[in-house]
Design a protein around this ligand. Sequence first.
Ligand code: FE2
Ligand code: FE2
Length: 280
Amino acid sequence: MVKSPSEQSLSAEQQQVKEELLLILDRGAATMRQVVLAYAAARTWQRDVSWLALQAGKEYGAVVMHARRCLGATPHGSSAELRKSLQDALEEAEHYEAYLELLTWRLEGKPCPIADMYEYCPPKAYALLGYGDYRRTHERWPHNYACFTERAALCEASSAWGAALIRACGEGGAVSWHWAQSRIPVSDEFSRRLVEIERRIAADELHHGPETIHALMRDLPSREEFDALRERIKRVRILEIWQRNEQYLKPLSDEAMRALEADFYGERIAPATVFRAAAL
Ligand SMILES: [Fe+2]
Ligand SMILES: [Fe+2]
């Protein structure tokens, strides 16, 4: 395990809690891999185009949100905050561009069938883009809707520290998905290109949330507070796993997803080595 130089500054309890958290995220990554492998085994033009268009829409939403954060940073005069927002916005723009390029290639000149792809974004971006009431997306993408709204509700029900930790495991937790896609079996030009894109994105996303985990551990209020959060953090991982399956047009049935969820909660899935291997 690669350790960050500042890791020594954690107390034994803080270090223990951090390891427990990274283990949850790594088990989540291994669970996510099952969904990605199910997609890889059931790939069709429709599925490739569906998830790609939706992901491009989501990355665009992320560009808008991080760019908005730039405006929020300036009145406080924090150049560090502004630099981070600019950097994040730029990275999301690169992700958007990469997915869009692959989508265009995969469309083979046909029009994109997902006309509303830009509505597949977080609630904040949805509002910034002027789409109106986010509830409109519920019927179209119920699991994507649940992923964002339930996570927000869990943050709301938690302390400020707890909410920050849930958020760190939210967008940052998506590293699991990018990591799993970067290891998709290469069978054609599409998967070859995809692996290349995902390696880059997974590295970027490690800095869109997980980089705050170490500092959050230094501020750990108590072990009890983390224990109370544990189920919420697991829930956030499971919500994204359902959301990705939906994004792929459900290569796994609801029944198979429920079984996968039970295996995750029952700790029957061996954790991957993603988050514990990163210098967080
Ligand atoms: Fe991104
Ligand atoms: Fe991101």
